[in-house]
Design a protein around this ligand. Structure first.
Ligand code: SAM
Length: 315
């Protein structure tokens, strides 16, 4: 699909459940009533069949926490089997990855993003409102051992110290795991919060580890910028939607677990999809993609235009 600004849309983020086993301060509202929507496997299959027919080849399974789905392995193999699908990846907090990595790898999962903001158990517990770091590290290890390419995504919330961020970057030294810093976006509870500026993280990494050398290669589905460091096996990535807007290269749409299509993380309230009618689904998607906004307005007075918190979108 090509939108009205000439962008090719070939990547979909599918949220398969709103449930999450963490309550991260910047993601999930503190007083939220328990989230409950999960997308039935048959609807996941339908939407992927239609999207793949329209040229969407890359899929990120997200949530909530997607590994809370008892059928997550089947979800991966089902999506993978749809004609036209080339790449299926998953983003997870990693808490349940220890046992799941091997079967996910066997199901054909192409890569995993582990959302991990700090290697300090106390910082981790504070940011996730009581999450335990240990199982996440075990999950990371298991994914690595299952030979699934792994990236770490860190949202550098201001409560983290520079040392927290440097410790995380160090993971890329020993292993070919890319560590990415995702700029905090003012969605849901994060509207009231601040994060470390990408430039200051960049400078801190260079002070400690030497020059960050830009790589021209693209890793993954999105518009992150990647850099290599001398002596590091993995790369350091930055995804800075506010600081360096990449909307002109946006290739993505999102489907929420309650069946809404969002063509822009920020500006689109979402179109309800009718999973019972493939023809209708196709027309709704084509029309929505033509109305995909040119860019987000996070940096403007309309910054709070999105009324869905991130845990109910999928990031
Ligand atoms: N539970 C899964 C996970 O941890 O990856 C999937 C859902 S989570 C909403 C997806 C990603 O969104 C995570 O990497 C999370 O850190 C990120 N995220 C949540 N709120 C954010 C915000 N306000 N700004 C930037 N990233 C955010």
């Amino acid at each position: 699909m090509i939108d009205s600004f000439g962008r090719t849309i070939d990547y979909a983020r599918l949220s398969v459940t709103e449930l999450c086993n963490l309550h991260c301060v910047y993601c999930r509202p503190y007083e939220e009533s328990p989230p409950c929507h999960s997308m039935p496997l048959k609807d996941i299959t339908t939407i992927v069949e239609v999207l793949a027919k329209l040229g969407v080849t890359k899929y990120k399974i997200t949530g909530g926490e997607p590994t809370l789905r008892a059928d997550i392995v089947e979800i991966v193999s089902t999506i993978k089997a749809v004609k036209g699908v080339k790449n299926v990846t998953l983003t997870t907090n990693g808490l349940l990855l220890d046992k799941l990595s091997a079967p996910l790898g066997q199901a054909g999962l192409d890569a995993i993003n582990v959302s991990l903001d700090s290697l300090d158990p106390n910082s981790y517990r504070r940011l996730t409102r009581n999450g335990r770091l240990e199982p996440v590290l075990a999950g990371l290890e298991a994914a690595y051992n299952a030979r699934i390419p792994v990236k770490i995504n860190c949202v550098p919330h201001s409560s983290l110290t520079e040392q927290d961020l440097l410790d995380l970057a160090m993971v890329a030294k020993e292993r070919s795991i890319h560590v990415r810093f995702i700029e905090l976006m003012p969605i849901g509870p994060a509207g009231e919060l601040t994060g470390h500026a990408p430039d200051s993280i960049f400078a801190a990494i260079e002070r400690r580890f030497g020059p960050l050398t830009p790589t021209t290669l693209a890793y993954g589905n999105g518009p992150a910028s990647y850099y290599s460091l001398d002596g590091f096996k993995g790369l350091i990535g930055f995804l800075s939607a506010l600081n360096s807007c990449f909307c002109e290269r946006c290739n993505r749409i999102r489907v929420t677990s309650d069946g809404y299509l969002k063509t822009c993380l920020h500006l689109d309230k979402g179109k309800k999809l009718n999973m019972a009618d493939k023809e209708d689904l196709e027309q709704t998607i084509l029309k929505a993609v033509q109305q995909k906004p040119k860019r987000h307005l996070f940096n403007t007075p309309d910054a709070r235009a999105c009324d869905r918190p991130m845990n109910r979108i999928g990031g």
